[in-house]
Design a protein around this ligand. Structure first.
Ligand code: GDP
Length: 415
C-alpha cells in the first residue's frame, strides 16, 4: 500500500559521504545501515539477532545496500544517504550529487591522510558551500596518525578543522575516543550490537592534559567562528554541552569550520557518535532559505522556492539508475511542494510533460511505495520518459528551472 511521506523537515538530513577510494566510504556506509537500516521507522525496536539475520540475508542475496539514495533512521531522525562517487573521472556526477545534498561527511584513511580525490571533491563542495564534517577512519591500522591527518586538512584542504574527539589508544590497541564537547571518554569493549554500543567513562588520567589542551583549542577555534562564543570565552565563562553544540552547528552550517571525529568503521568504534554528530551538526532542508532558479527560457528572471509543501512543486532529477526489479528509476530531490504518484508535471528544461508513475523511498533492505512526498525529500520515480540527470521537474502552472550547473567542472590541479 502506498503511503504519504510527511515528515517534519527538521528531522531530515540529506547527506553524502565523500572519500578517496579505499578510505572506507563503503564500510562506513554499511556500518551506518547496519545500525539504522533495520529500524527504518521511528519507534521500532529490534534486537541484535534480527540485525544479524538481516545482514546475512543481504549477503546471501548479494544485494548491494548502497543505492543512489538510501533512507535510514537514527534516533528519530531521517537520514537520506546520497551516493557520492569517489572517482575524479565522475566529476560531473559528483557535482550533481553535491547539488542535491545538504551536508556531507568526508571519510579519511587515518594512515594515508588527505588524498587527491578527497581534495578534488572537497574543492567542488567548497563551490556550493556544503557544510562538512570529517571522520578520520582506520585508526586501528598500523601507522594511523589522527593528528597528522588533521594537520593535512589544514595544509591540503585549507580547511578549519574543529577537533571534537581524540583517539584513546592506537592501532590494535585503539579503544575509543575522548569526547571534547562532553569531556568524557567513550570506549568500545564488547561485540557490536544495535544502539549506543559504548561505555561512557572518565577521561583516562594519562590523556587528561592532552584533552584539556584540545578542549582549549576547540573553544579558540569556535570563538573565532562565532561572536557569541568569543564573548563568553573572553570572559572566561564555562560552556554547557548544549551551548557548545548549538555554536558548533551554527558555525558548521555557515561553512566556517569542519567538525572532526575519528574511529574505525571496520570494528565500529566511532560510527554511532558519528551518526549523533550528523544529526546534531549537519543541516536539515529547512536550513536553506530557498532554492534559486530562473524562469524557463529567461535566465535573468530569478525564481525562489522555499522548502515547503505549500509552494508549487519543483524537483531536480540527479541520477538515473537501472533497478533489477523496477527497471528505470529516476532519483529526484523535491525542493518545494508535493510530488504525487499518478500526477502530471512538466520538465521545464525540454518542455515535455511527464507522468509520475510509482514513487519509492529506498531503504537499505526494502523499498517503500509512497503516494506523495513533500519538500526536502529524496525519492526514486518510476515511469519518466524524457527526463535526464540535471533536469528540473515542476508544476506546469508554476514553471522554474533550478539553477543549472556548469559542466564540465573546472579541472583542479592537485599537488
Ligand atoms: P571505499 O573505496 O572508500 O568505499 O573503501 P571500502 O569501504 O571499500 O574500504 C577499503 C578497504 O579498507 C576494505 O578492505 C575495508 O575492509 C578496509 N577498511 C575500511 N574501514 C576500515 C577500518 O576502519 N580499519 C581497517 N583496518 N580497514 C578498514
Amino acid at each position: 500500500m502506498a503511503v504519504d511521506i510527511t515528515t517534519d523537515l527538521n528531522v531530515v538530513r540529506n547527506i553524502g559521504i565523500m572519500a578517496h577510494i579505499d578510505a572506507g566510504k563503503t564500510t562506513t556506509t554499511e556500518r551506518i545501515l547496519f545500525y539504522t537500516g533495520i529500524s527504518y521507522k521511528i519507534g521500532e525496536v529490534h534486537d541484535g539477532a534480527a540485525v544479524m539475520d538481516w545482514m546475512e540475508q543481504e549477503q546471501e542475496r548479494g544485494i548491494t545496500i548502497t543505492s543512489a539514495a538510501t533512507t535510514c533512521w537514527w534516533k528519530d531522525h531521517q537520514i537520506n544517504i546520497i551516493d557520492t562517487p569517489g572517482h575524479v573521472d565522475f566529476t560531473a556526477e559528483v557535482e550533481r550529487s553535491l547539488r542535491v545534498l545538504d551536508g556531507s561527511v568526508a571519510v579519511f584513511d587515518g594512515v594515508a591522510g588527505v588524498e587527491p580525490q578527497t581534495m578534488t571533491v572537497w574543492r567542488q563542495a567548497n563551490k556550493y558551500s556544503v557544510p562538512r564534517m570529517c571522520f578520520v577512519n582506520k585508526l586501528d591500522r598500523t601507522g594511523a596518525d589522527f593528528f597528522r591527518c588533521v594537520d593535512m586538512m589544514v595544509e591540503r584542504l585549507n580547511s578549519t578543522p574543529l577537533v571534537l574527539q581524540l583517539p584513546i589508544g592506537a592501532e590494535s590497541d585503539f579503544l575509543g575516543v575522548v569526547d571534547l564537547v562532553g569531556m568524557r571518554a567513550l570506549t568500545w569493549r564488547g561485540e557490536t550490537t544495535m544502539g549506543e554500543d559504548y561505555t561512557v567513562e572518565e577521561i583516562p588520567a594519562e590523556l587528561a592534559e592532552q584533552a584539556a589542551e584540545y578542549r582549549e583549542k576547540l573553544l579558540e577555534t569556535l570563538s573565532e567562528a562565532d561572536d557569541d562564543v568569543m564573548e563568553k570565552y573572553l570572559e572566561g565563562e564555562e560552556f554547557t554541552v548544549a551551548e557548545l553544540e548549538t555554536a558548533i552547528r551554527r558555525a558548521t552550517l555557515a561553512d566556517k569550520l569542519n567538525p572532526v571525529l575519528c574511529g574505525t568503521a571496520f570494528k565500529n568504534k566511532g560510527v554511532q557518535p558519528l551518526l549523533d554528530a550528523v544529526v546534531k551538526y549537519l543541516p536539515s532542508p529547512l536550513d536553506v532559505d530557498a532554492i534559486v532558479g530562473h524562469k524557463p527560457g529567461d535566465e535573468e528572471t530569478e525564481i525562489k522556492r522555499k522548502p515547503s509543501d505549500d509552494e508549487p512543486f519543483s524537483g531536480l532529477a540527479y541520477k538515473i539508475a537501472a533497478d533489477p526489479h523496477l527497471g528505470k528509476l529516476t532519483y529526484v530531490r523535491v525542493y518545494s511542494g508535493v510530488l504525487e504518484a499518478g500526477s502530471t508535471v512538466v520538465n521545464s528544461v525540454n518542455g515535455r510533460k511527464e507522468r509520475i508513475g510509482k514513487v519509492y523511498q529506498m531503504h537499505a533492505n526494502k523499498r517503500e511505495e509512497i503516494a506523495s512526498v513533500g519538500a526536502g525529500q529524496i525519492v526514486a520515480v518510476m515511469g519518466l520518459k524524457d527526463t535526464k540527470t540535471g533536469h528540473t521537474l515542476c508544476d506546469s502552472n508554476n514553471q522554474v528551472v533550478l539553477e543549472s550547473m556548469t559542466f564540465p567542472a573546472p579541472v583542479i590541479e592537485v599537488a
